[in-house]
Design a protein around this ligand. Sequence first.
Ligand code: AMP
Length: 280
Amino acid sequence: MEIFSQIAPLRAFLEQKKSLGISVGFVPTMGALHQGHLSLVSASISENQLTVCSIFVNPTQFNNPDDLLKYPRTLERDIELLQSTGCDILFCPPVNEIYTKDPIINFNFGKLETVMEGKYRPGHFNGVAIVVSKLFNIVQPNRAYFGQKDFQQCKIVERLVKDLSFQIDLRIIPIQREEDGLAMSSRNLRLNEVQRKEALIFYQTLQQSKKQLLNDIPFQKMKNDVVNNFSLKKIRLEYFELADAENLSELNNVTDKAILLIAGYIGEVRLIDNLFVHEN
Ligand code: AMP
């Protein structure tokens, strides 16, 4: 695997490959890699001749400075994992290679950024959109791979690609879970043993609610029960929503495209998860 930390040599390398007609797949990450990230890398390897993964803990998307400070960084292990998965190129720039000045761009994703993640993490999607645009311009891949785990982010990136006419095919890869169902996340590394067990509440809630929705129990009633359950267990719930997977507008009843989304805190660690209602 070739490792680049500077933009210019990465560009030169990729230009040479592209001039030979080689297709490029791109997997942007913030590192502390797990099987979820690696499933994106594997999907890219199977569809492209060259796979580029980036590791960049993007400061502009953290609305909470403490979260940025405590974000896990495991570069040596990440390199080993990428190598054993068969990734061709790692791009891991320092912050001053990506941000030489404060960004002058402000995105407005309308309703998409005022609900759920957008509501609780002001400025987050603006930071995501800035860094994803920069990385897309640097790598200029044929395909880019994102995880359904960050479903709202997928919607934002879809919109970004459309509005800025990036010539990139987006691929959304299903959520990889631990054996007990917990969605894999770099932030899981921050959970202690007790918290790791508590964290299961998110997936359990999604599964139970899906069953109830399929048995025609109204979402609002179910939501009240979920809110009570979290408060009984003293677990901070940020949101629990049933939404249309196309535009993320709130739903009261199940449709073909209904998706359940949840976010909350186990101790100081913020976790998210989601589940399509009509999916095994
Ligand atoms: P992150 O490093 O958290 O920014 O994630 C990088 C990419 O990996 C994003 O597109 C995430 O949605 C994706 N990802 C994170 N966790 C998972 C998971 N458990 N399953 C599949 N993809 C994931």
